[in-house]
Design a protein around this ligand. Sequence first.
Ligand SMILES: [Zn+2]
Length: 358
Amino acid sequence: MMEAVKRGEVGCIIVKDFSRLGRDYIEVGSYLEQIFPLMEVRCISVNDHYDSEGVLGTAGGLNVAFKNLINMLYSRDLSKKIRSAQMARARKGEYLGGFARYGYEKSQEDKHRLVVDPEAAEVVRKIFTMAAEGVTISGIVRYLNDNGVLTCVEYKQRKNSRYQHPGGGVKKLWGTQSVRSILSDETYIGKVVWNRSEKSITTGKRMLWHDRSEWVVVDGQHEPMVSEELFALANERAKPKKRDRSGVDMSGFKREVLFVCGYCGRSMVKKNHKYCCRYRTCGTDTECRRAVEDMEKLEGSVMEYVRKTAEVMLGNSGRKDVGAERETLGKKVDALRKEKERLSAEKMFLYDKYRSGV
Ligand SMILES: [Zn+2]
């Protein structure tokens, strides 16, 4: 919405109440008092009896600030309440995810119960069996991609058009992370696991991984897809690198991406003085294998491009243009200054006329 406001396409915003505008009272306040007036956008909040056109010069601003503060405290309180209600339901063994885990679907009778989805379950069992037989994670990934098995995201999107996933545009491939996450997920041995991580209430992004002691794990809630023995053996053989992410704050985490693979669109990683696609080993004849570039060569050509662009911008022809532009702008400023003087003289004249009652 703010993009449309910036483009000047919005003349008036009508909301049910201020909490619809934002959860943070400072943010809402700055929209109402600075940004919207600057953009000449009228703002109406129906339940708060607020209309920015009628509020100027009254004490309405104070009223609004209090309402925004209360809205923010209320939504924080509400999210805590929702969380504790969810914990209680998870302890009863209800599945609370928005979408079923890959390999399962939500039961038609009770959307908090999972039932096996035979087609995807086949793939899950294959992954566990291969791992138990000693195939490496990247070996499993290669097998899946070489055999054209739909990725979890593609499969879920095909089954449910409501399912959305960020990272559109990149070619969908199985990766080590998705296989690892299937192998380590106890949902496949019939357990409901909740509270593994926490999301930010404002951004909705995952920001904190909890220690296992804080998880809610309830056994025997749905049909297991693999036996506990197979699960244990597969995990033992695949030996996932144990990364203790409990208590790690991910909110400020941002990966820097310098180069992306021309074949799949994923970011490239540095390895042995070369840049290569992260997904180069995901299939036997994937095009990403060819996405290997010498580090110095690649960085050198980027620098060359930057230098050339800078030269063009600062070149002699460019300087002349700047000089000419400065001259025209200077003339404009002079003209406007004269106009200002003329108008203020006229204003004084009109004021005198008004005072003398003419
Ligand atoms: Zn690639």
